[in-house]
Design a protein around this ligand. Structure first.
Ligand code: FE2
Length: 261
C-alpha cells in the first residue's frame, strides 16, 4: 500500500513509498559496481531505507568491456538473495542487466545472450551519454521486432534526446519505456539532465525510477547511492497524484514482471 502525506503549511513533505529500484549495480565482481558482498549488502540496506522492496540487479553488458552472461547474473542474484535473508534485509533482488546498445544487440538478444528484467522480456538499454548514434533507432526497432520490450536507461542524460524531444516522443510511440535516474532529479548530472528528468515526470513519461547506484559507500558527487529518498520527494513535489507518481509505485513493476504491462 502506498501512502503519501502531503505537506501541511510550512511542513516538509514526508512519504512512505514502496518502490522497485529498476537500475542498480549491486552484484560484486561483474562490473564497476559493488566492490564485494559487504558493499552489496550495504547498498541493499540503503535501498530499503528509502522504501525499496525490490531491486533489479543490472550489471553492465558492454561489448569488449563487460560481458555478464544470463547464467552468471542469475547465479549471483540467487547468492545475494540468500545473503540478504541471512542478514535480515528484507529486499527481493531480481536479475537484469544494463545493455549498452551497439549494432548487433538485437542479434545477441535473439541468440539468448542478454538478461532481461526478470522474466518480463524487457531489456534495460543504455545509450551513449551524450549522443544518439546513427544505428540506435534501427537497432531499437530490431529489438522490438524480435519481441523484446525496451526500457531506455536514463534518457535524460542523453543530450541529443533531451534537446530533440521529438525523438523521445517517437520512441515512446513505438513502445519504448523510460527509466529516469534518481540522481538526475536532484541535479547531480547537471541542470540539463534535471530539467529533462522533471519534464518526463510531469508528462508521465518517467515510467520507472532507478538509483543507478554503484556502491554502498558514502555517495560521490555524481552518485546518489541506493538511498533515493530525496529524489522520491522531488517526484512527489512534481506530480503528487498525477502520472509521474506512477513511476514510483510497485503496481507498474509488478505488472512488468508478470509480463502484463
Ligand atoms: Fe547503470
Amino acid at each position: 500500500m502506498n501512502t503519501i502525506n502531503l505537506p501541511e503549511k510550512g511542513q516538509e513533505a514526508t512519504h512512505h513509498v514502496r518502490y522497485t529500484d529498476l537500475h542498480c549495480h549491486i552484484l560484486p565482481g561483474m562490473d564497476d559496481g559493488a566492490a564485494d558482498w559487504d558493499d552489496a549488502i550495504a547498498m541493499a540496506k540503503n535501498a530499503v531505507r528509502s522504501g525499496a522492496v525490490r531491486l533489479v540487479a543490472t550489471p553492465h553488458v558492454m561489448r569488449g568491456v563487460y560481458s555478464a552472461s544470463p547464467e552468471d547474473i542469475k547465479a549471483k542474484v540467487a547468492e545475494l538473495n540468500v545473503r540478504l535473508q541471512d542478514s535480515g534485509v528484507s529486499l527481493e533482488v531480481v536479475p537484469g542487466s544494463e545493455i549498452y546498445l551497439v549494432s548487433g544487440t538485437a542479434r545477441e538478444y535473439r541468440a539468448g545472450k542478454l538478461q532481461a528484467i526478470g522474466r518480463s522480456g524487457y531489456l534495460l538499454v543504455e545509450l551513449p551519454a551524450l549522443r544518439l548514434p546513427d544505428y540506435a533507432r534501427r537497432e531499437i526497432d530490431r529489438l522490438l521486432a524480435a519481441g523484446a520490450g525496451v526500457i531506455l536507461a536514463h534518457p535524460e542524460r542523453n543530450r541529443d534526446l533531451c534537446s530533440s524531444r521529438d525523438m523521445l516522443f517517437e520512441l515512446r510511440e513505438s513502445g519504448v519505456l523510460f527509466q529516469v535516474n534518481a540522481g538526475s532529479l536532484i541535479g547531480v548530472f547537471g541542470h540539463e539532465a534535471r530539467d529533462c528528468a522533471e519534464s518526463l515526470v510531469k508528462e508521465g513519461m518517467a515510467h520507472f525510477i532507478g538509483s543507478d547506484a554503484h556502491s554502498g559507500r558514502p555517495a560521490a558527487v555524481t552518485e546518489v547511492g541506493a538511498d533515493i529518498s530525496a529524489a522520491l520527494r522531488q517526484v512527489i513535489r512534481l506530480s503528487p497524484s498525477g502520472p509521474g507518481f506512477a513511476a514510483l509505485t510497485e503496481a507498474r513493476v509488478s505488472r512488468l514482471l508478470a509480463g502484463k504491462l
